[in-house]
Design a protein around this ligand. Structure first.
Ligand code: G3H
Ligand code: 13P
Ligand code: ZN
Length: 336
């Protein structure tokens, strides 16, 4: 069932679970995510980056997601714009039927971030769409996402973490619906040079200055080493890949107000490991279904693993009930 993230976060904040926000780029990835969520009875946020819009052509992606909504009516689904960086893009996403958008102005000066975010909130709320915004800076480098190298980031960590007092002002001046925070996580497969500890004390302080604001953790892939080893075994080269330990993600969602957990790299890793394995062990294979099929299965396994870490298994029914009780109309895209 299509909805905004509001009913998901209401329950996640109080209920000690996190909603998985998984990046979608093509049919197989999307099918795998939704199959895993249906199996685990978990709510899900399907998020689309600017790069994904460009790669797949958004018309194709939205049709694939429409099929998910039709095929899996019991799964609460939100369609989210990941790292929207301009008002123009936010407008396009609203026009494309997204139920949630992120305005990422975190690389701007504070006042400019406030200005852009407030403008996005005004536009989105008029259309019945909810808004995530970011304060603080993450490390790591992805296509279309500006970031810092692990070394640079770790050396200057304190400077990049979200400031709790500034967060309070940010929330008040923008009217955002959820806040993406920098608490030591980082985008991509090379997050840390050594075993990290997330800044849990920082989350606590942000929860004090911004009570009841759902928090979002970007850069939350755990980069499971068994997958890194598979990639490397079958001809890949991912030396020193490292992610956020899963026990720390579990702690963030169970103990703190972290309601949305962004995962992309781990899906890429599962897919790549499997395709590499097929290519190496069956060099004669040239039917794409014979490597994309197993890759899709491996993503199902990976997403199920994530949903257990996030403690969101079995929450779908409650979320649907809460959405119906709220009685909030879907964005105007669907109602006008
Ligand atoms: O945080 C970024 C996501 O992993 C999306 O990455 O811009 O390469 O699609 P992308
Ligand atoms: P990862 O690179 O850790 O998967 O983070 C994804 C993300 O934050 C998408 O916005
Ligand atoms: Zn991100």
């Amino acid at each position: 069932m299509l909805m905004t993230t509001k009913p998901m976060f209401d329950l996640a904040y109080k209920g000690g679970f996190g909603v998985g926000a998984f990046n979608v780029n093509n049919m197989e990835i999307t099918q795998a995510i939704i199959e895993a969520c249906a199996d685990k009875k978990s709510p899900v946020i399907l998020q689309i980056s600017k790069g994904a819009r460009k790669y797949a052509n958004i018309k194709f992606l939205t049709k694939i997601i429409e099929a998910c909504v039709e095929e899996y009516p019991d799964v609460p689904i939100a369609i989210h714009c990941d790292h929207g960086d301009t008002i123009e893009l936010i407008k396009e996403c609203i026009a494309d039927g997204y139920t949630s958008v992120m305005l990422d102005g975190s690389h701007h000066e504070f006042d400019e971030n406030v200005r852009l975010t407030a403008e996005a909130v005004k536009l989105a709320h008029e259309a019945g769409v909810v808004v995530e915004a970011e304060l603080g800076q993450l490390g790591g480098i992805e296509e279309d996402v500006v970031g810092l190298s692990a070394e640079e980031y770790e050396k200057n960590l304190e400077k990049f973490l979200t400031d709790p007092e500034q967060a309070k002002e940010f929330v008040e001046r923008t009217g955002l619906d959820s806040l993406a925070v920098a608490i030591g996580t980082s985008h991509g497969a090379y997050k840390f040079a050594k075993e990290p500890t997330l800044a849990f004390d920082r989350i606590e302080k942000i929860m004090e200055t911004c009570p009841d604001v759902p928090l979002v953790m970007h850069g939350s892939s755990s980069v499971p080493q068994e997958y890194v080893q598979l990639v490397n075994k079958y001809g890949g080269a991912m030396p020193n890949a490292m992610g956020v330990p899963e026990d720390q993600i579990a702690n963030a969602v169970r103990t703190y107000g972290v309601c949305k957990v962004n995962i992309d790299t781990d899906l890429r890793l599962a897919m790549t490991a499997k395709i590499r394995e097929v290519f190496s062990t069956k060099p004669e294979e040239f039917d794409p279904r014979k490597y994309l099929g197993p890759a899709r299965e491996e993503i199902v396994t990976m997403v199920k693993r994530k949903l257990d870490v996030l403690n969101s298994a079995g929450k779908a029914g409650e979320v649907v009930k809460h959405w119906e009780k709220l009685g909030t109309p879907l964005p105007v895209y669907y109602t006008s």
